[in-house]
Design a protein around this ligand. Structure first.
Ligand SMILES: [Zn+2]
Length: 548
């Protein structure tokens, strides 16, 4: 029989006061309630009761800033509730109500008619490099002659290696303003596709102020971001004068955190990947440095590239086992691209509580496919990322690509399944709450729940490619299998519209595009970066097409 002890009620009071004063987030609050005997459902109800009076102190209990009514609301909460005719109420940047429209008691400063709209959590791009927007379309360029490691080869992989090599070589020309101008364009494209948060791994820190341009653009955008500031110093990747000492890298991260960290932005150190950092010692130094400054940690951990390094250093196991042996794996680590590991390493990943993101595009271009099921089998829901470069900005396509990449892997290995791995609900979860979890943002965003920040996207369900939906039967399926970026009508972060009726509310869209064009022209002048791009202008014939 359940009894309440005095000590329990003291603990509940303490949790309530910590939650209301903002010391702890909703997840920690729920956890503390369950430790004194609340069931998960009871804790959730209690949270809703507590959250209401908290914002009520300001006056009218039912008055909110923005009220969305009559919409198809996909909450992505722990019970995965979908209100087929629902409402969402936002006050002071927080969600204060979500539920059946018939039960809505709120009045909105602004009330939005959500009929024919899908309202859901915003997408989170959980693996990305924002400056690489400058390489858009360059997957089509001919390979630069004489580039390692595949002389005489010109396929997608060779071109991508080529692009990364070029990026590092050109990094010295990226100053803060140029970076800002280019990154704004990338963020605007993400925003217009319904993305509210992004990862960024910035490893081209030859000019140390370049990353300030990245962070200034994110700060202006109103979006959320986890920015991993990379220290690269492997002799095979960088020439001597471009290699960075780990101590210098860590000091830079501290500088960036004090300048840019906020409720939306989180800068963390990263040794990039085992192929980019000189030694295990350097990785350990960086992890200890992250712990000392209270920061999380990030690394790209793809097994297919990692195993080459493991062979070179004579380590017999997998790359995850190697890092575990170094003592750097725990729940503050985002291991990006946990692709193609050894079988036993997925459970190790789970046991260490690490975050993970999948990037299917790469594993389709190299034809290897991607065993995302290895993570879901051990109970991990990964995030999804674009990895920019030659890949699309929209996560809607990536949701389909992860299904294809899994299928490719299954076919290669002759795996037959009684039930398909890839279905709409699963990949939508990956692109929203999976990404929020991967980027350490799950206390604030990733689902529509009372107490979380007022983040959501509105999708125009009238788009022809989202029809027919067969009496609503296929609304969710159509989003994943036919969804395109331009179905996103509006985007809100922390109660503020960043895009409304498809118009960016933060920047003048034309100015952003024109400035980025000019910036790329001036960069190319300095770097020679466009030399291998055929000039498609009158008088030229390129690949059999005549330009007049
Ligand atoms: Zn990457």
């Amino acid at each position: 029989m359940a009894t309440t002890k005095i000590s329990d009620s003291v603990q509940v009071k303490g949790a309530v006061s910590d939650y209301l004063s903002g010391k702890i987030g909703r997840r920690s609050f729920l956890l503390r309630l369950t430790t004194v005997g609340f069931t998960a459902a009871a804790a959730q109800q209690y949270l809703e009761l507590v959250a209401a009076p908290a914002s009520l102190q300001a006056g009218d209990t039912n008055q909110v800033d923005t009220l969305l009514r009559g919409a198809y609301v996909i909450t992505m909460d722990d019970q995965r509730q979908v209100y087929t005719n629902g409402y969402l109420a936002i006050r002071d940047g927080k969600i204060v109500g979500v539920g059946r429209d018939s039960e809505c008691t709120f009045r909105g400063g602004e009330t939005i008619d959500g009929s024919d709209m899908v309202v859901m959590p915003g997408l989170i791009n959980a693996h990305n490099h924002l400056v690489q927007v400058a390489s858009r379309g360059r997957g089509d360029d001919p390979r630069r002659p004489g580039v390692r490691p595949s002389p005489g080869r010109d396929d997608m992989q060779a071109r991508m290696r080529n692009l990364v090599g070029g990026q590092i070589a050109e990094a010295v020309h990226w100053d803060e303003d140029r970076t800002y101008n280019m990154v704004r364009l990338h963020l605007m494209a993400l925003l217009k596709a319904g993305t509210i948060g992004t990862h960024d791994q910035h490893f081209t820190n030859v000019n140390k102020r370049s990353i300030d341009g990245v962070l200034r653009a994110i700060d202006d955008s109103g979006m959320r971001a986890l920015v991993a500031r990379g220290t690269a110093n492997h002799p095979d990747v960088l020439p001597q004068d471009l290699r960075e000492d780990t101590e210098v890298g860590l000091q830079e991260v501290e500088r960036l955190r004090s300048r840019w960290n906020s409720s939306r932005i989180n800068v963390v150190p990263s040794p990039v990947a085992v192929a980019y950092i000189a030694s295990g010692d350097d990785i350990v130094k960086m992890k200890r440095g992250a712990e000392a400054m209270g920061a999380q940690f990030e690394m790209e951990l793809a097994g297919n590239t990692g195993h080459m390094v493991m062979e070179a250093i004579g380590w017999k196991g997998g790359v995850i086992e190697y890092l575990d042996d170094l003592g750097v794996l725990d729940d503050s680590v985002l291991g990006d691209k946990g692709h193609l590991l050894q079988d036993q390493e997925y459970q190790l990943w789970k046991d260490r509580g690490m975050k993970v993101c999948m990037v299917p595009t790469l594993r389709i271009t190299d034809g290897l496919g991607l065993p995302a099921d290895k993570f879901t089998d051990v109970g991990i829901l990964p995030g999804l990322g674009t990895d920019s470069m030659v890949t699309p900005s929209g996560l809607w396509r990536v949701m389909r690509l992860i299904i294809y990449a899994q299928q490719m892997k299954d076919r290669r290995e002759g795996v037959r399944r009684p039930e398909a791995w890839g279905y709409s609900e699963r990949v939508l979860e990956m692109a929203t709450r999976g990404g929020a979890w991967a980027l350490f943002m799950e206390d604030r965003t990733g689902s529509l729940e009372v107490g979380k920040d007022g983040d959501c996207i509105l999708i125009d369900g009238q788009r022809p490619y989202l029809r027919p939906n067969a009496e609503s039967r296929r609304i969710v399926s159509d989003l994943v299998w036919s969804g395109e970026s331009d179905m996103v009508d509006s985007v809100m972060v922390a109660g503020k519209f960043l895009m409304r009726n498809r118009e960016c509310q933060i920047w003048d869209e034309r100015e952003v595009v024109e400035t980025a064009e000019k910036t790329l022209t001036s960069l190319n002048k300095d770097t020679g970066g466009d030399q291998r791009l055929p000039l498609r202008v009158p008088g030229q014939t390129v690949r059999g097409w005549k330009y007049l």
